[in-house]
Design a binder for this molecule. Structure first.
Ligand SMILES: NC(=O)c1ccc[n+]([C@@H]2O[C@H](COP(=O)([O-])OP(=O)(O)OC[C@H]3O[C@@H](n4cnc5c(N)ncnc54)[C@H](O)[C@@H]3O)[C@@H](O)[C@H]2O)c1
Length: 332
């Protein structure tokens, strides 16, 4: 069996609990690939991972390779093919007597984490490693991590697949079609409420979703806020942030990168901008992507963006520029 090494931070968290079994079950990397898993946590929590490891063993998947729990990021990411950066410090946590509520504080605290993780990945993960940032604020965390990795051979992604799945689900429900009929979804920009889940270029059975649904009022005033605010709605209803659906989206992203994109379709993730569509170069920005299945990822070009789309893309670009500004001293 072929072997690959995969590291996951935040391994004792909620998302990881849904994610880890699916990484070692054959579902994500294929039935003929053995997955060696490194579970990375903060020192206060790392002992709990012994229980997680017991459960993974008890799942009995033949694709499960070695299982290691560590609080040492360097040990965790050494010689890895994939690193899933799920761990981060959530809004509302109390640090040194201060409740962390502001996005700028959140950016700075997580920026520190992604600085050391980026260094370790750049130095120790494989040169063709792929890194998926799930922990929020995901795009700017990825910007910091990628900058600090100082290794242009590795590929960094921030996750927007959950937003894409949410957007497809809303369009499918409205049009009363199977979700598999909805293709070509792009989440432009930031994984935050400023994202633009593009309904004009998304297709339902090959036709523009906006034309099929034929209700511009619903698209602009219901669909967009529904998708943009879905994360908050789940928190309000569940008392905790999306976990099973976030883990599912992480699996979808890994599979989308690892396999050739079906002809005519594309997938959504945030990658460093090369200036396409006027997006400032270097920002980790949600784009429509295609994968060769052999490690090459390209931004789909020549997608038509009407004035409405351009105004939305401007808003999310400006938010990412202001996040970049807030952590600029971490990007030297
Ligand atoms: N991109 C997305 O679509 C998306 C969707 C849902 C959630 N999220 C984000 O994913 C993150 C994880 O969510 P969760 O529900 O699993 O949270 P959680 O609080 O249940 O788990 C997070 C875990 O990360 C660990 N952690 C913190 N700092 C770490 C570090 N430096 N190294 C290793 N581990 C560390 C914590 O100890 C904790 O166990 C959050 O930031 C959440 O906002 C992103």
């Amino acid at each position: 069996m072929k072997e690959i090494n995969v590291a996951v931070t935040g391994a004792a968290g909620q998302i990881a609990y849904s994610l880890l079994p699916r990484l070692v079950s054959g579902e994500t990397f294929g039935a003929d690939v053995r997955v060696n898993l490194r579970l990375i946590e903060i020192p206060q929590v790392v002992d709990k991972l012994e229980g997680t490891i017991m459960e993974l063993i008890d799942c009995g998947f033949k694709q499960t390779g070695s299982l290691l729990a560590t609080a040492d990021i360097r040990e965790g990411v050494e010689n890895t093919d994939w690193v899933l950066l799920v761990g981060s410090i959530p809004r509302g946590i109390v640090i040194d007597g201060k409740k962390i509520e502001e996005r700028s504080d959140l950016l700075r605290i997580n920026g520190g984490i992604f600085t050391s993780q980026g260094h370790a990945i750049g130095e120790l993960a494989k040169d063709n490693a792929k890194i998926l940032v799930v922990g929020n604020p995901a795009n700017t965390n990825a910007l910091i991590g990628k900058t600090k990795s100082n290794n242009s051979l590795q590929s960094w992604f921030a996750m927007t697949a959950l937003d894409s799945n949410r957007a497809k689900a809303q369009l499918a429900q409205k049009a009363n079609v199977e979700i598999s009929s909805v293709t070509n979804m792009t989440i432009w920009g930031n994984h935050s409420p400023t994202m633009y889940p593009d309904p004009y270029n998304a297709k339902i059975n090959g036709e523009s979703a906006v034309q099929v649904i034929n209700d511009l009022n619903w698209i602009e005033n219901d669909y967009l806020p529904l998708v943009q605010q879905r994360g908050k709605a789940v928190i309000d209803a569940r008392g905790a942030s999306s976990a099973a659906s976030a883990a599912n989206a992480a699996i979808d992203t890994v599979k989308a990168v690892e396999t050739e994109t079906p002809k005519g379709d594309w997938f959504s993730a945030a990658i460093p901008s090369d200036g396409s569509y006027g997006v400032p170069e270097g920002l980790i920005f949600g784009f429509p992507l295609v994968s060769s299945g052999q490690g090459e990822i390209k931004i789909v070009q020549d997608i038509e963006l009407n004035e409405f789309a351009q105004s939305k893309i401007k808003i999310t670009s400006e938010e990412l520029l202001s996040e970049k500004e807030a952590v600029k001293d971490l990007l030297d």
